[in-house]
Design a protein around this ligand. Structure first.
Ligand code: HEC
Length: 122
């Protein structure tokens, strides 16, 4: 009986400690916009992270730059959603974005919208 109460007490402490570490991490992290979080998840599940990051240039352009480039272009959403699926080259240099046929039309559209909605954290 004594042992039992000790172990349940320490597991409570562990859980409590774990939660406060988690909370501390949340507070230290830079504020992440909700749309960035959704975009990052989609980039992960659709395999875009291999070549793109939101805020750093990788093999492909960073998405902040993409958002900036097409500000005020009313056809950008459609263009980007199409390009996400078929790929292409020549806009950002010589590098080629291969077609991404695994991306659904719906996800291509959502990602184009989320990319266009990005605002650099200043
Ligand atoms: C193999 C590397 C690679 C992968 C994987 C990749 N991209 Fe790209 N992406 C590129 C390159 C390179 C460019 C620049 C193409 C150009 O200059 O026209 C680019 C350009 C873009 C652009 C800008 C298009 C334009 O015309 O301005 C968007 C938006 C984009 N990618 C989204 C995505 C998304 C979303 C995914 C995941 C489904 C993805 N990419 C996967 C390499 C990649």
């Amino acid at each position: 009986m004594k042992n039992l109460s000790i172990s349940s007490h320490s597991s409570f402490l562990l859980r409590y400690f774990g939660m406060s570490v988690f909370a501390a991490l949340l507070f230290c992290a830079k504020p992440v916009y909700a749309e960035n979080e959704q975009l990052t998840k989609l980039m992960l599940t659709n395999n875009c992270l291999a070549c793109h990051q939101i805020d750093k240039r990788k093999y492909g352009p960073q998405f902040y730059e993409v958002a900036e480039k097409y500000q005020g272009d009313s056809s950008a959403l459609e263009k980007l959603a199409a390009k996400i699926k078929v790929g292409g080259t020549g806009v950002w240099g010589e590098d080629i974005m291969p077609p991404q046929p695994h991306v659904s039309d719906a996800n291509a559209k959502i990602m184009a919208e989320l990319i266009m909605a990005l605002k650099p954290a200043k």
